[in-house]
Write a protein that binds this ligand. Structure first.
Ligand SMILES: [Zn+2]
Length: 199
């Protein structure tokens, strides 16, 4: 199974030692956990895979993500598909060390948020402002969005690979946090408050 070994810091074809598939009636998201051994350093790696819709009534296990050590971030299934796809692309670019492409996809993820809310202003800066005015995001999230907008999609990225990697990682983390805030935590909070009101 292809996965990035955290010790070797490179992609390896790891040996499968064992696996477990979860298909629970009360959980709409099946999950597979695989215990692996890196062929280079012989360390253990735990990988996770989600069951992904690839066509009409057609599902496949998606690319393995590392659960241990140094877990990779999982994207929430409640994110709209167009936003989730852009974030997945950003994660793939980061893993492939394509940091410039990663930041471009972060920028595009924010763009997709505006598209999801059908903002009148099609430019990102205007779209974010519209989301702020409609109270879909608050001032802090708006400011984070502005930082992402200013630091992504730039013509001349930092020449130092280490700085660029750290920057891309931070921008990716901010972008995922913004998407979670808008589409996951806000919905969770509203559901929570509705349950409270019923009681
Ligand atoms: Zn290794």
């Amino acid at each position: 199974m292809l996965i990035e070994c955290a010790y070797c810091d490179s992609n390896v074809d790891a040996m499968i030692l064992g696996e477990h598939k979860s298909f629970r009636i009360d959980d709409p998201f099946p999950f597979k956990v695989t215990l692996l051994e890196c062929p280079v350093c012989k360390n253990a790696i735990l990988a996770g895979q989600e069951f992904y819709e690839v066509g009409t009534d057609k599902y496949e296990w998606n690319d393995a993500k590392r659960l241990w050590p140094r877990p990779e971030k999982y994207l929430n299934w409640n994110l709209p598909k167009i936003v989730r796809n852009a974030l997945e692309e950003a994660q793939k670019c980061y893993k492939a060390k394509a940091y410039s492409a990663c930041t471009v996809m972060c920028y595009r993820s924010l763009d997709r948020i505006c598209a999801e809310y059908n903002t009148k202003n099609k430019l990102l800066s205007g779209g974010l402002k519209e989301l702020l005015n409609k109270h879909i995001i608050d001032r802090r999230i708006y400011e984070w969005g502005e930082v992402i907008k200013e630091n992504c999609n730039i013509d001349e990225p930092p020449t130092n690979e280490k700085i660029f990697k750290d920057e891309a990682r931070d921008l990716l983390d901010f972008t995922i946090a913004i998407c979670d805030y808008i589409f996951v935590l806000t919905n969770k909070y509203e559901s929570f408050m509705k349950r409270k009101e019923k009681i």
